[in-house]
Design a protein around this ligand. Structure first.
Ligand code: ADP
Ligand code: MG
Length: 627
């Protein structure tokens, strides 16, 4: 029997290959934009007509091609980007398969114009369905222009398969965004049917995002930055309250290449856990830089999927970097979306620590009194709060926050910055406030200008802003009290009558329940006055009117919105009024207590209004200053 196997003619082979590379106009856009970037262009123009069905043109000012290269570029497996198999593992270019131009030329009318800087004239080549129609010498600027007309003209089935112009244009714009986001150091423009749709000048990453997605985007972005040996992460995540119903604005770039990864997407989703309204998706724009040797881009013809050597590590690093950023920018407490805002506080304790039903709150200890009073712990459980319970941070417990962060119950373990922070005298610190005699042994704090508390930590030095730190401590205390509704009140000898306007009384009425949970007792609320018979233990009688006035003005200025409950505002306001001020001298034990209380907080690193409470300086950083 005669032999039957034949080699396919080139144009047929190219058409088959084209089916893999070019699914729709947007695929052509991607390939051409990537070629322009690989050619070292600094500005790239994309011109589209009829959603790419009539014309896709990319004009770059890159290095151009010689006559021979121009001709060769349309051959299948013709590439200037890799020479041997080893190069596949060292990729620094977008393309490397040498298939794109050959594939595109097999299924469209293509015109290439290109010129290298040193040449006076350039080359023009016209190819239709893999056949070279003409090749000429032309006058053309430095760089390359590729026009692709009548895509799929010779494959009617594919052409008919294309979606409406609106849909195809959407795909093109998506592709354009991806490339433009991956290269904010290059200028891009997109012209659609003769009008300029995007003009993206060279800028920083934030500006590029804003230029693409609109000025309002700016306020939504939370920066993410992480630099480790295996992975460098930079970019932004969107604040949870701006999360979208669609997955639109989710971008991963690995070594400046847009990729899709369900696995890494999951890492982000889990960093946002508990912060998103169900059915919404966080936006992100994240650039990951890894050693090209540790990834394999070759697994997919369109190269949006990638294989990492060590996915688990990337997952963990990514998740923790994002969590850290959300924590640092105090995004984490914004929790209430659809629940009753009045029930909700950032530290809604429902369902937390259910295995530890005791509540031990030290209500009598006042660190800012002259003498250190013996600590009296009051223990009670809280049946009314339906399993909600709060266990006071044991003094022995807080140190675990500094040491490797083993304490699983602390939600902020990856949000805070002190993973290497270790207190020097853990042993003695552990008992400072239970045992007076220990106080003398501890000598790790120092007050600077009655403003900062300096403390030694294993990695170096800790500098705490006393006023801000105390705000954080009081804020969490008040919130706890409001949530568990068990605050202890201090009876006043004589009822206090305070006068307010009718409108102010309205505001106080709204806050009355929450105020009572912090320890206020209102015996009478009149039209223009209130009578108070009890105040929270921590509030001196002389401050009551100031606190309430401050609170009213806070409410007026910052009407509690959907994200913050009245309880939260109340706690913030009272914390602000009552926090020790800058300029107040603190004794050693008061300083120590402040430090300990701060780090027993859920979010010690910022005040309730988002200002940082402390900074650390490592010995390394200090060493550098002494060079
Ligand atoms: P690949 O990008 O995988 O190498 P292509 O088919 O996309 O394959 O391009 C083939 C070759 O043509 C490239 O390797 C490059 O040398 C050259 N080339 C393509 N586009 C351009 C351009 N815009 N500027 C300069 N050279 C280009
Ligand atoms: Mg290419």
């Amino acid at each position: 029997m005669a032999d039957i196997i034949q080699l396919l003619p080139d144009h047929v082979a190219n058409q088959i290959a084209a089916g893999e590379v070019v699914q729709r106009p947007a695929s052509v856009v991607k390939e051409l934009l990537e070629n322009a970037i690989d050619a070292g262009a600094s500005t790239i123009k994309l011109i589209i007509k009829d959603a790419g069905k009539t014309l896709i043109q990319v004009i770059d000012n890159g290095k151009g091609m010689s006559v021979t290269d121009a001709r060769l570029s349309f051959e299948r497996h013709a590439t200037s980007k890799i020479r041997n198999a080893e190069d596949l593992f060292q990729l620094h270019t977008k393309g490397f398969r040498g298939e794109a131009l050959a594939s595109i030329a097999a299924i469209a009318h293509v015109e290439l114009k290109t010129k290298q800087e040193q040449d006076d004239v350039g080359t023009s080549i016209v190819i239709e369905g893999s056949n070279v129609v003409s090749q000429d010498v032309v006058v053309t600027p430095k760089g390359t222009s590729v026009s692709v007309k009548n895509l799929f003209y010779n494959i009617p089935a594919r052409r008919n398969f294309l979606k409406s112009n609106a849909v195809e244009l959407r795909h093109i714009i998506d592709e354009f965004h991806r490339v433009a986001l991956a290269h904010c150091d290059l200028g891009f423009a997109l012209y659609n049917n003769g009008s300029e749709t995007f003009n993206l000048p060279v800028s920083n990453y934030r500006q590029r995002i804003v230029n693409i997605f609109g000025t309002k985007t700016n306020e939504k972005l939370v920066p993410v930055e992480e630099d480790t040996e295996v992975l460098k992460i930079s970019g932004f995540v969107g604040k949870p309250e701006y999360a979208k119903k669609t997955r639109g604005e989710q971008y991963f770039f690995v070594n400046n290449r847009f990729i899709k990864s369900a696995y890494l997407n999951h890492a982000i989703a889990s960093a946002f856990e508990g912060l998103l309204k169900s059915g919404t998706h966080a936006s992100y724009f994240l650039n990951l830089s890894v050693d090209p040797q540790t990834i394999d881009i070759n697994i997919h013809p369109t190269k949006t999927e990638i294989k990492f050597d060590d996915e688990h590590t990337l997952y963990a690093l990514l998740r923790s970097a994002v969590k850290h950023s959300l924590g640092q920018f105090n995004i984490a407490p914004v929790l209430d979306f659809e629940r009753d805002a009045s029930l909700d506080t950032p530290y809604d304790l429902k369902g937390k620590h259910t295995s530890a039903p005791t509540i031990e709150i030290d209500r009598t200890f006042n660190p800012f009194k002259d003498e250190v009073e013996p600590v009296q712990s009051k223990s009670f459980s809280s049946p009314s709060s339906g399993g909600a319970s709060y266990k006071k941070q044991q003094t022995a417990n807080w140190e675990s926050l500094y040491v490797g962060l083993e304490s699983k119950s602390n939600d902020f373990e990856t949000e805070t910055d002190f993973s290497e922070v270790q207190f020097e005298s853990e042993e003695t610190n552990a008992s400072i406030f239970e045992d007076d005699s220990a106080v003398e042994q501890v000598n790790t704090t120092y007050q600077l200008h009655n403003k900062y508390i300096v403390s030694t930590i294993k990695s170096g030095m800790l500098l705490i802003d006393q006023h801000r730190a105390h705000q954080r401590i009081l804020y969490e205390d008040f919130l706890k009290n409001i949530t568990i509704k068990e605050a202890v009140s201090q009876q006043l000898l004589f009822p206090l009558q305070l006068h307010f306007s009718v409108q102010e009384i309205q505001i106080l009425k709204q806050l009355k329940d929450d105020l009572e949970h912090t320890g206020f007792v209102f015996s009478n609320v009149l039209e223009e006055a209130v009578e108070i018979t009890g105040v929270p233990v921590s509030v001196p009688e002389s401050e009551v009117s100031i606190i309430l006035e401050q609170l009213i003005s806070d409410v007026e200025n910052e009407v509690p919105d959907a994200h913050f409950s009245a309880a939260d505002l109340l706690a913030k306001s009272m914390a602000k009024s009552l926090a020790i001020k800058t300029g107040q001298g603190l004794k050693k034990d008061e300083q120590e207590h402040l430090v300990n209380k701060l780090f027993a907080c859920k979010e010690p690193n910022v005040t309730p209004t988002n200002k940082i409470t402390f900074i650390t300086m490592s010995v390394d950083e200090l060493d550098k200053k002494f060079i």
